[in-house]
Design a protein around this ligand. Sequence first.
Ligand code: MN
Length: 425
Amino acid sequence: MRFANNPQRKSWISVSPDSDFPIQNLPFGVFIPNDDVITIGTRIGNTAIDLSALQQLGYFHGIEIPSDIFLQDTLNDFISLGPAKWGAVRDRLAWIFDYENQELKSNSAHSRSILYPIEEVQMLMPVFIQDYTDFYSSKEHATNVGIMFRGADNALMPNWLHIPVGYHGRSSSILVSGVDIHRPKGQILPNGADRPEFGPSKQMDFELEMAFITSDGKPLGHRIQVDEAEEYIFGMVVFNDWSARDIQKWEYVPLGPFLGKNFASSLSPWIVTLDALEPFRVAGPEKELEIQEYLKHEGEHNFDITLEVYIQPEGGEPSLISTSNTKYLYWSMAQQLAHHTVNGCNINSGDLMASGTISGPSENSFGSMLELAWKGTKPIHLSDGSNRTFLLDGDTVIMKAHSVKNGVRIGFGEVRSMLLPAILD
Ligand code: MN
């Protein structure tokens, strides 16, 4: 067990029992305090912690890292240092904030320049994402979509049980939680029509996903083996991969997702490290067909993380509409990364790889409105009495994720953004 993961440890920073951010979490993010300078930070309870200030005041002495590694607008350079440094910094943070260690707590001048109430900082994009890949790793999701569009007999395409299917997405439109988005416009083929019309999407949806952030991989031409793949994964975020189903349906043949997908994706601001998630490992689903050797791994490579989706109408209360779990994924992150690089494709620090929509086996665990409302045939009921088949302007989509084990709750906070009306220009 990592030093930082000790479930017995308490912090001198107060943490409520239902917080996603006990001292065992120590995620990484980027924030700007009121009227101050952008910094890399972590969080315990509702306290944001300035890591560049900690470093300048000498609290990371003995750990060989560049002197400005936390005085950055993104985590990319820190991620490039690799797992040994990530772990050393988390372990040191665990000790700095351990209840038994009063050094920083008793130094009020230091505390003032390091600690901020979370509501006094603005969270920013944690990484510069050079490349974004979206997988399709949930068998339940792929099956549901297949049944809706091709019928139950051909639900899964013949490649699906052999390949972690994915496509290259667009990174320029990935946004941090709190940034609202506009309903996209595009070409849509109305039912029964023989030519498309142009206008705002009428079928706006979310996709409940988790995404992982990579470190630098190997030189072009060299693959990452499945058994070493997790060493190249820094951590995970909750990911809302907004989708315009009507635009998607008309455009996707034969090259796949394009404008129905690339107008926006939203992520939670704190990257929870794979180290912090170590206690929540579980085995993935049994493979139904023999898979290629390069995709085979032994042991527990899935993670038991409860996922929730809420819709909050404008001026109203949030309604929980789905509860799913990362453990349902058929293809693990390690298999996704091994597959991504098996042809020699290289990866860079800060690349984002999303799981694809994560649906579970039951109807209340589906990860998109397309499935929850079954192509518009079963409206979703919200607590204010209204119904949804797809999203309305003014709806806020909130996704949360957390795990609990041995009395320790490790969570991701949330990704939250509102759907604004289309820009009429
Ligand atoms: Mn997606």
